[in-house]
Design a protein. Sequence first.
Length: 160
Amino acid sequence: MICKHLPLHDKAILGLVKSLLLPYARITQPHVKLDLKALRKRLRGCVTYVYLRGGRRVCGFIAIRQDKNVMYVDMLAVDKTIQGLGIGSALLKQAERYGRLKGQREIYLWVDDTNTQAQRFYTAKGYESIHYDATIRCYMLRKLLEVPQFQERQWSMGYQ
């Protein structure tokens, strides 16, 4: 079940970040650290959804950040023991749905160059590489979002 993030989910999200995302970040930034306070500060600027298994256990999450008129997937992680069951796909669809509802026409994300599993996942979901930053060793990916027809009419008529 996907639901909005609550503060009580923060410790589980921190565990996922530490085990699944930080090892890649430390390749280019070996001294990067993350504690509960820093995570909460980062999540404050995001819309975050969690995937709860059995109604309680956080098994995955996605954090979406909107900077001006650009939307990013800031973080996405799913517990290694249940990857491949469609949880990451469901969370990504939720983020894309949120973006469309906010009138976004595209969504971006960064993926580490050594995280080939994530690169394959995003490519299979329609994301394309548009930039490589050698300093942080990450690819920027983008996906164009289909805008609901009623919103398309509003834009073409000058409403927003």
